[in-house]
Design a protein around this ligand. Sequence first.
Ligand SMILES: [Zn+2]
Length: 199
Amino acid sequence: MITECPHCDSKVDCDERGKVDLDVAETGVPMKAVLLECKICHSPLFGFSELVQVGHDEWDWEPAERKWPASETEIDWSIPEIARNSLIEAKVCFKANAYSACAVMCGRTIEGVCKHHDAKTKTLAAGLKKLRDDGVVDDRIYQWGETLREHRNLGAHATIQKVPKEDARDLLDFCIAICEYVFVLNEKFQRFQQRQSEA
Ligand SMILES: [Zn+2]
């Protein structure tokens, strides 16, 4: 079965080492969870595959959609589109070794976070201050945002200075953490408080 191996960085043929058939009644489509072994690097992979019609009376299993290790471009659905599209591109840039571009896309992601909070945001610097002043982020997260802003500027302008791989990795991690803090954890905490007040 074909699936994308993150270690080989390409779609590879895999041996099926185990499977669990999933309840058709729930999805309406025959599906199975599969444990796979990459035929090239022998890494274990886990994913889901659907049975699809490929001809008259002919059915075959689709390439598995990998769930573990998690896909590089998989991000939480609570992160709104204005930030998520740039965040996906930041991850794609990092994977393609384009580290300055990754830094720029991280900055653009945070700009999206600021615009989502206040559509009138003109600059990233002002947007970050507004997030802090309105209590959306605390001082530490604000500092991470400032770091992202500085490196966004470094990556965006034509200088000979490059963004090293380690820096790009850290910037990307800060960027993901800020999005999760603002859109995932804050909302989870609000729902938690709501339940407490109802109880
Ligand atoms: Zn592999």
